[in-house]
Design a protein around this ligand. Structure first.
Ligand SMILES: Cc1cc2nc3c(=O)[nH]c(=O)nc-3n(C[C@H](O)[C@H](O)[C@H](O)COP(=O)(O)OP(=O)(O)OC[C@H]3O[C@@H](n4cnc5c(N)ncnc54)[C@H](O)[C@@H]3O)c2cc1C
Length: 396
C-alpha cells in the first residue's frame, strides 16, 4: 500500500515539526514555504519542558540544547526601582518535576535544527519560494495550488502558515486579524556590550503599569534577547512589523529602570511588532484539511507557549493520523488540541493584567500585588498543567 501524502503549507516551526513527526511515522510529506529560504526572525524564544519533550521525540533536543541556554531561574523585577523577586527554579527543579529543562533559544537555531532533521529524513521535501494560494478537497484527496500556478496532489493538507494563514481563509472564510493594542519592541544585544551583571542564565520579567519587559540570554550566553511590551499603542494595519530606532525605544520606556535603559542603549537595531490575535474557531478541520500553530491559535506571548503548543500540535496530529487514518485522525486531533490550546490562550491573556498593573506604580503597593499574584500555589496552578503535558503519551 502506498503511504498517505500530507501537504504542509508553511515552513516555520510548526511546518517543520509536523514534517518530522509525520516522516517518523512513514507518511510522505511535502512542505511549501513562501520565502525563498527557510528563515526565522533573529530573536529569542523560551522553550518550556513540555516543548523540549517534543523536541526530544523529534530527535533534535540534544543538538538544540548545545546551542542554547539552560535558564536557572525566573525573576520578577519592578519596572522603576529594580526590586527583585526570584520566583521559579527553572533549572534542576524543572528537570525533577517535568523531566526536561527550560531552554532559552535563538529562533534561527531552532528552525535550522528542525529543517536539518526534515532534510535528513526526506532531502527534497521542502519547497521554498512556494506560496500557497488555494486548496481544493476533491473528496478522494486534495489539490494544493501555489501562487505561481503549480499544483500538487495529496491526501491531506496542514495549514501551518502562521497568524495570517491563507489556508485558514480558504477553509473558514475571511476573519480579520485583531490588533491587541499592544506593541512588542524586540532586539538582540551582544552580551559583551553590557555590564557584567547582565551575564546570568536567568529569565527576567520586569513588570509595571502599562507594560513589561522580558529578557534572557541566548546562543550560549553570547546575546541577550529583549522584548518590551507596551499597551495603548495604535497600528495603521499591515504589515504588522516595522523597524524602529533605539532612540524611539528608549523614549517609549522612559522612566523605566536604568538596567532596562542600558539594554536599549546597546541595541544594534530594534523592531516593533504589533501583537495580534484572531477569533477562536469552533473547529480547525474541514474535510481533508486542518490548521496547526499560529494559524489556529495565535496567542499573546505572555505564557511563552505559542511555539511550544505548535510543537505539541505536530506530534499529536501525527499520532492521530497514524492511529485513525485521515478523516477520523484530523477530527480527533481537533477535539484533543482545541480545549488545551484555548485554555493556554486565555491564560496568556490573563497575564496581561498581571504583568501590567497600576498596583505596580509604587513599591508599597507592588509588594502586596506580587505576594498575591506570584505565591507558590498560584505559580504552580498557572504553569504545572502546561509543563507536565506529554504530547507523545497523551491518549489519542
Ligand atoms: C514577541 C513574541 C515572543 C514570543 N515568544 C515565544 C516564546 O518565548 N515561546 C513560545 O513558545 N512562543 C513564543 N512566541 C510565539 C511563537 O513565535 C509562535 O507561536 C510560533 O512562531 C508559531 O509557529 P508557526 O509555525 O505556527 O507560525 P510561523 O512561525 O508564523 O510560521 C509560518 C510560516 O508559514 C509561512 N507562510 C505564511 N503564509 C504562507 C503561504 N501562503 N504559503 C507558504 N508559506 C506561508 C511563513 O513564511 C512562515 O515561515 C512569541 C511570539 C511573539 C510575537
Amino acid at each position: 500500500m502506498s503511504k498517505a501524502k500530507i501537504l504542509i503549507a508553511g515552513g516555520g516551526i510548526g511546518g517543520m515539526a509536523s514534517a518530522i513527526a509525520l516522516l517518523q511515522r512513514g507518511f510522505d510529506v511535502e512542505v511549501f514555504e513562501q520565502s525563498d529560504q527557510v528563515r526565522e526572525f533573529g530573536a529569542g524564544i523560551q522553550i518550556s519542558p513540555n516543548g523540549n519533550r517534543v523536541l526530544d521525540v523529534l530527535g533534535v533536543f540534544s543538538t538544540l540544547k548545545e546551542l542554547s541556554c539552560n535558564a536557572a531561574s525566573k525573576e520578577i523585577r519592578l519596572w522603576n526601582t529594580g526590586q527583585t523577586w526570584t520566583l521559579f527554579d527553572l533549572g534542576g527543579e524543572s528537570v525533577r518535576k517535568f523531566g526536561y529543562p527550560y531552554l532559552t533559544v535563538f529562533r534561527p537555531d531552532l528552525l535550522r535544527v528542525l529543517a536539518d532533521e526534515v532534510r535528513r529524513r526526506s532531502p527534497e521535501c521542502i519547497h521554498v519560494g512556494s506560496k500557497v494560494q488555494n486548496i481544493e478537497d476533491t473528496g478522494h484527496g486534495v489539490v494544493l495550488t501555489l501562487a505561481d500556478g503549480r499544483s500538487f496532489h495529496g491526501d491531506a493538507v496542514i495549514g501551518a502558515d502562521g497568524v495570517h494563514s491563507r489556508v485558514r481563509q480558504v477553509l473558514f472564510g475571511v476573519d480579520e486579524v485583531q490588533f491587541s493594542g499592544m506593541v512588542a519592541w524586540r532586539t538582540l544585544i551582544p552580551m559583551d556590550a553590557l555590564p557584567e551583571r547582565f551575564n546570568r542564565s536567568v529569565a527576567v520579567n520586569w513588570i509595571g503599569p502599562g507594560g513589561h519587559v522580558v529578557h534572557y540570554p541566548v546562543q550560549g550566553g553570547r546575546m541577550m534577547n529583549f522584548v518590551g511590551t507596551l499597551e495603548g499603542a495604535t497600528w495603521p494595519g499591515p504589515p504588522y512589523r516595522a523597524d524602529a530606532t533605539r532612540e524611539e525605544c528608549a523614549a517609549a520606556f522612559s522612566g523605566w529602570h536604568e538596567d532596562v535603559l542600558a539594554m536599549i542603549a546597546h541595541a544594534p537595531s530594534v523592531t516593533r511588532w504589533a501583537l495580534c490575535g484572531r477569533r477562536f474557531l469552533d473547529t480547525w478541520t474541514r474535510g481533508r484539511a486542518t490548521l496547526l500553530g499560529d494559524a489556529c491559535h495565535p496567542t499573546l506571548p505572555f505564557l511563552a507557549q505559542g511555539a511550544v503548543h505548535t510543537l505539541e500540535d505536530a506530534v499529536v496530529l501525527s499520532r492521530c493520523l497514524e492511529k485513525h487514518g485521515i478523516a477520523d485522525g484530523l477530527g480527533r486531533y481537533d477535539a484533543l488540541r482545541r480545549p488545551r490550546t484555548y485554555q493556554m490562550m486565555r491564560g496568556a491573556a490573563d497575564n496581561t493584567s498581571r504583568f501590567h498593573n497600576e498596583a505596580l506604580r509604587t513599591e508599597a503597593s507592588a509588594q502586596a500585588f506580587v505576594d498575591r499574584e506570584w505565591q507558590a500555589q498560584a505559580i504552580s496552578d498557572r504553569y504545572d498543567w502546561l509543563f507536565s503535558y506529554r504530547a507523545d503519551a497523551v491518549e489519542v
